[in-house]
Ligand binder design. Structure first.
Ligand code: ADP
Length: 284
Protein backbone atom coordinates (compact mmCIF):
# COMPACT_ATOMS: atom_id res chain seq x y z
CA UNK A 1 0.00 0.00 0.00
CA UNK A 2 1.12 3.54 -0.67
CA UNK A 3 2.14 5.71 2.29
CA UNK A 4 -0.04 8.59 1.10
CA UNK A 5 -3.21 8.18 -0.94
CA UNK A 6 -5.02 11.24 -2.23
CA UNK A 7 -8.34 10.44 -3.83
CA UNK A 8 -10.34 12.92 -5.94
CA UNK A 9 -9.35 15.76 -3.62
CA UNK A 10 -11.06 19.15 -4.03
CA UNK A 11 -10.33 22.20 -1.88
CA UNK A 12 -12.24 25.47 -2.02
CA UNK A 13 -11.41 28.67 -0.14
CA UNK A 14 -14.06 31.26 0.62
CA UNK A 15 -13.49 34.72 -0.80
CA UNK A 16 -14.62 37.68 1.30
CA UNK A 17 -15.60 41.21 0.27
CA UNK A 18 -14.66 44.44 2.10
CA UNK A 19 -17.51 44.07 4.59
CA UNK A 20 -16.34 40.56 5.47
CA UNK A 21 -19.17 38.72 3.71
CA UNK A 22 -18.50 35.67 1.54
CA UNK A 23 -18.35 36.89 -2.05
CA UNK A 24 -17.41 33.62 -3.74
CA UNK A 25 -15.09 30.66 -3.62
CA UNK A 26 -11.69 29.80 -5.09
CA UNK A 27 -11.15 26.20 -6.08
CA UNK A 28 -7.47 25.72 -5.11
CA UNK A 29 -7.43 21.94 -5.77
CA UNK A 30 -9.53 20.19 -8.36
CA UNK A 31 -9.87 16.43 -8.50
CA UNK A 32 -6.32 15.58 -7.40
CA UNK A 33 -5.63 11.85 -7.22
CA UNK A 34 -2.11 10.72 -6.24
CA UNK A 35 -0.36 7.87 -4.48
CA UNK A 36 3.03 8.41 -2.85
CA UNK A 37 5.08 5.28 -2.23
CA UNK A 38 6.99 4.86 1.05
CA UNK A 39 10.68 5.63 0.64
CA UNK A 40 10.32 7.79 -2.48
CA UNK A 41 11.61 11.32 -3.07
CA UNK A 42 8.81 13.23 -4.76
CA UNK A 43 9.01 16.84 -5.92
CA UNK A 44 5.88 18.93 -6.47
CA UNK A 45 6.61 21.71 -8.94
CA UNK A 46 4.38 24.60 -9.97
CA UNK A 47 4.35 28.38 -10.18
CA UNK A 48 2.88 30.58 -7.43
CA UNK A 49 -0.79 29.94 -6.77
CA UNK A 50 -0.89 26.54 -8.49
CA UNK A 51 -2.10 24.78 -5.31
CA UNK A 52 1.13 23.18 -4.01
CA UNK A 53 0.90 24.53 -0.46
CA UNK A 54 -2.76 23.66 -0.18
CA UNK A 55 -1.94 20.10 -1.23
CA UNK A 56 0.91 19.85 1.31
CA UNK A 57 -1.33 21.06 4.12
CA UNK A 58 -3.86 18.33 3.33
CA UNK A 59 -1.23 15.62 3.85
CA UNK A 60 -0.46 17.03 7.30
CA UNK A 61 -4.19 17.35 8.15
CA UNK A 62 -3.83 21.14 8.45
CA UNK A 63 -6.60 21.38 5.82
CA UNK A 64 -9.47 18.97 5.35
CA UNK A 65 -10.99 18.04 1.97
CA UNK A 66 -13.94 20.03 0.64
CA UNK A 67 -14.54 16.81 -1.31
CA UNK A 68 -12.51 13.61 -1.66
CA UNK A 69 -10.20 11.83 0.76
CA UNK A 70 -6.60 11.91 2.01
CA UNK A 71 -5.13 8.81 3.67
CA UNK A 72 -1.74 8.86 5.42
CA UNK A 73 -0.57 5.33 6.16
CA UNK A 74 -4.19 4.27 5.73
CA UNK A 75 -5.50 6.89 8.20
CA UNK A 76 -8.18 9.29 6.96
CA UNK A 77 -7.28 12.95 7.71
CA UNK A 78 -11.00 13.69 8.22
CA UNK A 79 -11.11 11.53 11.34
CA UNK A 80 -10.14 13.82 14.25
CA UNK A 81 -8.82 10.83 16.20
CA UNK A 82 -6.12 10.35 13.51
CA UNK A 83 -4.76 13.90 13.37
CA UNK A 84 -2.00 13.66 15.98
CA UNK A 85 -0.71 10.35 14.63
CA UNK A 86 -0.75 11.74 11.08
CA UNK A 87 1.31 14.75 12.22
CA UNK A 88 3.88 12.44 13.84
CA UNK A 89 4.14 10.37 10.70
CA UNK A 90 4.17 13.22 8.21
CA UNK A 91 6.20 16.12 9.66
CA UNK A 92 6.12 19.47 7.93
CA UNK A 93 8.85 22.07 7.34
CA UNK A 94 7.86 25.54 6.16
CA UNK A 95 9.45 28.29 4.09
CA UNK A 96 10.70 30.70 6.74
CA UNK A 97 13.08 29.08 9.24
CA UNK A 98 12.81 32.09 11.59
CA UNK A 99 9.10 31.47 12.12
CA UNK A 100 9.86 27.90 13.18
CA UNK A 101 12.55 28.62 15.82
CA UNK A 102 11.31 29.05 19.37
CA UNK A 103 14.14 27.86 21.67
CA UNK A 104 17.35 29.65 22.70
CA UNK A 105 19.63 26.68 22.07
CA UNK A 106 19.71 24.34 19.05
CA UNK A 107 19.36 21.13 21.10
CA UNK A 108 16.26 22.50 22.86
CA UNK A 109 14.80 23.43 19.51
CA UNK A 110 15.24 19.87 18.25
CA UNK A 111 13.92 18.41 21.52
CA UNK A 112 10.69 20.37 21.28
CA UNK A 113 8.92 17.95 18.89
CA UNK A 114 9.68 14.68 20.72
CA UNK A 115 8.90 16.39 24.08
CA UNK A 116 5.53 17.41 22.73
CA UNK A 117 4.60 13.89 21.74
CA UNK A 118 5.55 12.51 25.15
CA UNK A 119 8.85 10.74 24.38
CA UNK A 120 10.59 9.80 27.70
CA UNK A 121 13.34 12.29 28.70
CA UNK A 122 16.35 9.91 28.33
CA UNK A 123 15.20 8.96 24.87
CA UNK A 124 14.65 12.60 23.86
CA UNK A 125 18.36 13.46 24.22
CA UNK A 126 19.35 10.34 22.34
CA UNK A 127 16.98 11.29 19.52
CA UNK A 128 18.25 14.91 19.54
CA UNK A 129 21.88 13.79 19.17
CA UNK A 130 20.94 11.36 16.44
CA UNK A 131 18.80 13.87 14.51
CA UNK A 132 21.51 16.56 14.65
CA UNK A 133 24.01 14.07 13.29
CA UNK A 134 21.66 13.10 10.43
CA UNK A 135 21.46 16.73 9.27
CA UNK A 136 25.16 17.48 9.87
CA UNK A 137 24.56 19.98 12.71
CA UNK A 138 26.14 18.19 15.69
CA UNK A 139 28.81 20.88 16.08
CA UNK A 140 26.09 23.51 16.63
CA UNK A 141 24.20 21.60 19.35
CA UNK A 142 24.79 24.24 22.04
CA UNK A 143 24.60 27.28 19.71
CA UNK A 144 21.83 29.83 19.60
CA UNK A 145 19.58 29.36 16.53
CA UNK A 146 19.73 33.17 16.04
CA UNK A 147 23.39 32.99 15.01
CA UNK A 148 22.91 30.30 12.33
CA UNK A 149 22.70 30.85 8.58
CA UNK A 150 19.34 30.29 6.84
CA UNK A 151 20.46 26.88 5.54
CA UNK A 152 21.63 25.82 9.01
CA UNK A 153 18.34 26.96 10.55
CA UNK A 154 16.39 24.90 8.05
CA UNK A 155 18.57 21.87 8.85
CA UNK A 156 17.78 22.39 12.56
CA UNK A 157 14.06 22.60 11.68
CA UNK A 158 14.45 19.34 9.72
CA UNK A 159 16.28 17.75 12.69
CA UNK A 160 13.31 18.72 14.90
CA UNK A 161 11.07 16.69 12.60
CA UNK A 162 13.58 13.81 12.26
CA UNK A 163 13.67 13.54 16.07
CA UNK A 164 9.97 12.64 15.96
CA UNK A 165 10.86 9.63 13.76
CA UNK A 166 8.41 10.38 10.97
CA UNK A 167 7.84 8.16 7.94
CA UNK A 168 7.56 11.20 5.73
CA UNK A 169 8.73 14.83 5.68
CA UNK A 170 6.77 17.39 3.68
CA UNK A 171 8.72 20.56 2.93
CA UNK A 172 6.85 23.60 1.62
CA UNK A 173 9.38 25.69 -0.34
CA UNK A 174 12.09 25.15 2.32
CA UNK A 175 14.77 26.88 0.24
CA UNK A 176 12.79 29.93 -0.88
CA UNK A 177 14.54 32.26 1.59
CA UNK A 178 18.02 30.73 1.35
CA UNK A 179 21.17 31.68 -0.57
CA UNK A 180 22.57 29.17 -3.11
CA UNK A 181 24.84 27.56 -0.51
CA UNK A 182 21.97 27.15 1.96
CA UNK A 183 19.82 25.66 -0.80
CA UNK A 184 22.50 23.10 -1.66
CA UNK A 185 22.95 22.17 2.04
CA UNK A 186 19.24 21.59 2.53
CA UNK A 187 18.85 19.60 -0.70
CA UNK A 188 21.84 17.40 0.16
CA UNK A 189 20.41 16.77 3.65
CA UNK A 190 17.04 15.76 2.20
CA UNK A 191 18.58 13.32 -0.27
CA UNK A 192 20.69 11.78 2.51
CA UNK A 193 17.66 11.36 4.79
CA UNK A 194 15.82 9.71 1.92
CA UNK A 195 18.65 7.37 0.92
CA UNK A 196 20.10 6.46 4.31
CA UNK A 197 17.08 6.67 6.61
CA UNK A 198 14.48 5.71 3.96
CA UNK A 199 12.34 8.71 4.96
CA UNK A 200 9.80 9.59 2.28
CA UNK A 201 10.37 13.15 1.09
CA UNK A 202 7.75 15.39 -0.48
CA UNK A 203 9.47 18.56 -1.62
CA UNK A 204 7.27 21.45 -2.72
CA UNK A 205 9.19 23.93 -4.86
CA UNK A 206 9.01 26.32 -7.75
CA UNK A 207 12.73 25.82 -8.51
CA UNK A 208 12.91 23.36 -11.36
CA UNK A 209 16.58 22.57 -10.62
CA UNK A 210 15.68 21.17 -7.16
CA UNK A 211 13.51 18.49 -8.76
CA UNK A 212 15.99 16.94 -11.20
CA UNK A 213 17.30 14.34 -8.74
CA UNK A 214 13.85 13.37 -7.41
CA UNK A 215 12.39 9.93 -8.14
CA UNK A 216 9.26 11.59 -9.42
CA UNK A 217 8.11 15.11 -10.35
CA UNK A 218 4.48 16.13 -10.04
CA UNK A 219 3.68 19.35 -11.91
CA UNK A 220 0.68 21.36 -10.74
CA UNK A 221 -1.11 24.18 -12.49
CA UNK A 222 -4.30 25.93 -11.45
CA UNK A 223 -5.17 23.34 -8.80
CA UNK A 224 -4.65 20.30 -11.02
CA UNK A 225 -1.90 17.74 -11.56
CA UNK A 226 -0.80 18.26 -15.17
CA UNK A 227 2.32 16.06 -15.37
CA UNK A 228 3.47 13.23 -13.11
CA UNK A 229 6.49 11.13 -14.05
CA UNK A 230 10.24 10.68 -13.61
CA UNK A 231 12.18 13.95 -14.15
CA UNK A 232 13.54 12.82 -17.52
CA UNK A 233 10.04 12.37 -18.93
CA UNK A 234 8.55 15.47 -17.25
CA UNK A 235 11.32 17.73 -18.59
CA UNK A 236 10.92 16.38 -22.11
CA UNK A 237 7.61 18.32 -22.19
CA UNK A 238 9.47 21.56 -22.87
CA UNK A 239 6.65 23.48 -24.59
CA UNK A 240 4.04 22.46 -22.04
CA UNK A 241 6.21 23.44 -19.06
CA UNK A 242 7.00 26.82 -20.62
CA UNK A 243 3.35 27.45 -21.41
CA UNK A 244 2.65 26.87 -17.70
CA UNK A 245 5.24 29.44 -16.67
CA UNK A 246 7.93 26.92 -15.66
CA UNK A 247 11.55 26.64 -16.73
CA UNK A 248 13.40 23.59 -17.96
CA UNK A 249 17.09 22.86 -17.29
CA UNK A 250 19.45 24.85 -19.57
CA UNK A 251 20.86 21.65 -21.14
CA UNK A 252 17.31 20.39 -21.84
CA UNK A 253 16.37 23.69 -23.48
CA UNK A 254 19.50 23.74 -25.63
CA UNK A 255 18.97 20.13 -26.78
CA UNK A 256 15.35 20.97 -27.56
CA UNK A 257 16.29 24.00 -29.70
CA UNK A 258 18.95 22.00 -31.57
CA UNK A 259 16.50 19.13 -32.15
CA UNK A 260 14.08 21.64 -33.68
CA UNK A 261 16.89 22.65 -36.07
CA UNK A 262 17.26 19.00 -37.10
CA UNK A 263 20.03 17.69 -34.84
CA UNK A 264 19.42 14.10 -33.75
CA UNK A 265 19.77 14.66 -29.98
CA UNK A 266 17.76 12.43 -27.60
CA UNK A 267 14.83 13.77 -25.55
CA UNK A 268 15.10 14.06 -21.78
CA UNK A 269 18.65 15.44 -21.49
CA UNK A 270 18.87 17.00 -18.00
CA UNK A 271 22.49 17.90 -17.33
CA UNK A 272 25.36 19.60 -19.13
CA UNK A 273 27.32 16.33 -18.93
CA UNK A 274 24.53 14.42 -20.68
CA UNK A 275 24.28 17.14 -23.31
CA UNK A 276 28.04 17.11 -23.98
CA UNK A 277 28.10 13.32 -24.28
CA UNK A 278 25.12 13.22 -26.68
CA UNK A 279 26.55 16.09 -28.74
CA UNK A 280 30.00 14.48 -29.00
CA UNK A 281 28.37 11.23 -30.16
CA UNK A 282 26.83 13.17 -33.06
CA UNK A 283 30.19 14.70 -33.97
CA UNK A 284 31.99 11.34 -34.18
P1 ADP B 1 1.12 27.64 -4.22
O1 ADP B 1 1.58 26.95 -2.99
O2 ADP B 1 1.32 26.81 -5.46
O3 ADP B 1 1.70 29.02 -4.39
P2 ADP B 1 -1.44 27.84 -2.87
O4 ADP B 1 -1.85 26.47 -2.53
O5 ADP B 1 -0.83 28.69 -1.79
O6 ADP B 1 -0.47 27.82 -4.14
O7 ADP B 1 -2.70 28.65 -3.43
C1 ADP B 1 -3.57 28.10 -4.41
C2 ADP B 1 -4.70 29.10 -4.66
O8 ADP B 1 -5.50 29.22 -3.49
C3 ADP B 1 -4.20 30.51 -4.99
O9 ADP B 1 -5.08 31.07 -5.95
C4 ADP B 1 -4.31 31.24 -3.67
O10 ADP B 1 -4.53 32.61 -3.87
C5 ADP B 1 -5.53 30.58 -3.05
N1 ADP B 1 -5.41 30.57 -1.57
C6 ADP B 1 -4.41 30.00 -0.83
N2 ADP B 1 -4.64 30.14 0.48
C7 ADP B 1 -5.81 30.84 0.59
C8 ADP B 1 -6.60 31.29 1.70
N3 ADP B 1 -6.22 31.07 2.95
N4 ADP B 1 -7.75 31.96 1.42
C9 ADP B 1 -8.15 32.18 0.15
N5 ADP B 1 -7.47 31.75 -0.95
C10 ADP B 1 -6.32 31.10 -0.73
Amino acid sequence: MALIDILHLFHSFYRFNESGDVSGTKEALRDVTLSIEAGSFVAVLGHNGSGKSTLAKHINALFLPSKGQVLVDGRDTKDAANVLLIRHEAGMVFQNPDNQMIANVVEEEVAFGPENIGVPTEEIWERVGDALERVGMTAYRMHSPDRLSGGQKQRVAIAGIVAMKPQCIILDEPTAMLDPMGRREVLRTLHELNQKEKITILLITHHMDETIDADRVIVMDDGEVVLDDVPRVVFSHVEELKSRGLDVPVATQLAYELRKKGLDLPEGILSEEEFTEAYLKLCR
